[in-house]
Design a protein around this ligand. Structure first.
Ligand code: PLP
Length: 435
């Protein structure tokens, strides 16, 4: 029996014999796949070679150039300009909708800037409060599924993580509003646009509720990681409300730290990262930053400015990314629809941008699906990685990263993934019926 032909019938509604038949079919297909000896990797959301080629102009921008001064006359080859090139700050300023003088440029990684901000809270504190390390047990809110590296940073500092469910509108704000009444809760991670991995963009109301939060802790910080702020994949991109402007309306601007980078605009690992924050936070951060470094890599910032020119330059470059990424997202979504649609054994996101498709399989099946794929040569993000401490309470979430593999390989990997989902689901149903 070919399961795709029963698309209108839920798998759980089939008779025992039909499920057995479906399991045998999936098992046979799986063995066939294993024999192909594949070696594919869909574990991380990395741009593919063609995307990286779009930004080769960055490397050429300084070639044979004799003029290295920025608009203020600072020589970009030398030390100085602690907060980064004004022209590059202006680009981030426009993309994020935040005044340029509230932006600090880092080096190649916004994650490193996030790490530094958590580190600063931990060792020196915010808003004149005791450092977190002297306040006993402190906690962070972690909307989940979320970005595993956020959770890794939090865990590294021994900060207790509290998972908060992600809804279609963003994190569960009722829960967040309750949890921040606890003074030991010091912050919340957010990927507000095309969230990693759910693809959700926070609704206007969610952004307003974040801006209106009145946490018990004065040193509470929202880590607003806007990594996918310009990473649209459709003609109707999601619109994210400007949290900084909303915070200004309520006098809460000190409680948000905003991050972005060109990692998925130019080069991951060799782009430019940025942090935007209130004047008071910038002053606090300056105290650390100017001890930590005599200045970020201004030559890299200069070559990015020469290549990108301005925010419109970024937007037009992102259209090139979309031309490469959109067909890959379609491959993933078409495979899911054709192979799993209507079976009632999986749900998935239809993101308008970002880097991921979020797949939820039957409870208790995610680890098995990821293990099956690995056995047949396709590496996915570890099941559970999208939850604090790697603990997915339902063992159901799988992150699909379509960007890196070539289209043909992606098709193959998706075929295998769908077979693995069906195999795990049929085995689970057979087990349940045998009980
Ligand atoms: C949500 C999110 N934030 C940050 C990063 C890493 O950013 P950067 O390269 O600027 O450190 C990623 C990379 O996948 C990401 O998904």
């Amino acid at each position: 029996m070919k399961l795709t032909s029963t698309a209108s019938r839920k798998l759980a509604a089939l008779s025992l014999d039909e499920i057995k038949e479906a399991q045998q079919e999936a098992s046979r297909q799986f063995e066939e796949f294993k024999a192909r000896g594949l070696s594919l990797n869909m574990a991380r959301g990395k741009p593919c070679v063609e995307q990286l080629d779009l930004a080769l102009g960055v490397l050429e921008a300084l070639h044979a150039r004799s003029e290295f001064a920025n608009s203020n006359g600072d020589d970009c080859r030398n030390y100085g300009v602690w907060n980064g090139l004004p022209e590059m700050r202006a680009i981030f300023g426009e993309l994020l909708g935040i005044p340029d003088d509230l932006i600090i440029l880092g080096n190649n990684s916004s994650l490193q800037m996030m790490f530094d901000c958590i580190s600063q809270g931990y060792t020196h504190g915010y808003s004149g409060c005791e450092p977190w390390c002297r306040q006993g047990d402190v906690k962070f809110l972690c909307p989940a599924p979320g970005y595993d590296r956020h959770f890794a940073v939090t865990e590294y500092f021994g900060i207790q993580m509290i998972p908060v469910p992600m809804l279609k509108t963003g994190p569960d704000m009722d829960l967040i509003e309750r949890l921040v009444q606890d003074e030991t809760v010091k912050g919340c991670w957010c990927v507000p646009k095309y969230s990693n991995p759910t693809g959700v963009t926070f609704s206007d109301e969610t952004v307003r509720r974040f801006a209106r939060l009145k946490p018990a802790a004065k040193d509470f910080r929202i880590m607003w990681d806007n990594a996918y702020c310009v990473h649209d994949l459709t003609d109707e991109p999601d619109q994210l409300l400007n949290i900084y402007e909303e915070c200004l309306k309520h006098g809460t601007e000190d409680q948000v730290l905003i991050f972005a980078s060109t990692s998925k605009i130019s080069f991951p690992g060799a782009g430019v990262a940025a942090l935007a924050a209130s004047k008071r936070n910038i002053d606090d951060l300056k105290l650390r930053t100017t001890v930590q470094t005599i200045g970020s890599d201004k030559l890299n910032q200069l070559r990015h400015v020469l290549f990108l020119h301005d925010a419109d330059g970024v937007r037009s470059l992102m259209k090139g990314h979309r031309r490469i990424l959109e067909p890959k997202f379609h491959i993933v979504l078409d495979a899911l629809e054709q192979e799993l649609g209507g079976l009632g054994i999986a749900r998935w996101s239809h993101p308008h941008g970002g880097y991921f498709v979020n797949l939820d399989v039957m409870n208790g099946c995610a680890r098995q699906v990821v293990a099956l794929c690995k056995e047949a040569g396709v590496v996915l993000t570890d099941a559970g990685a999208t939850f604090p401490y790697g603990a997915d309470p339902n063992d159901s979430n799988i992150r699909i990263a379509p960007s890196f593999p070539p289209e043909e390989e992606l098709r193959e990997a998706m075929e295998l993934l769908c077979i693995a989902v069906r195999l795990a689901a049929t085995e689970k149903l057979l087990y349940e019926r045998a009980e």
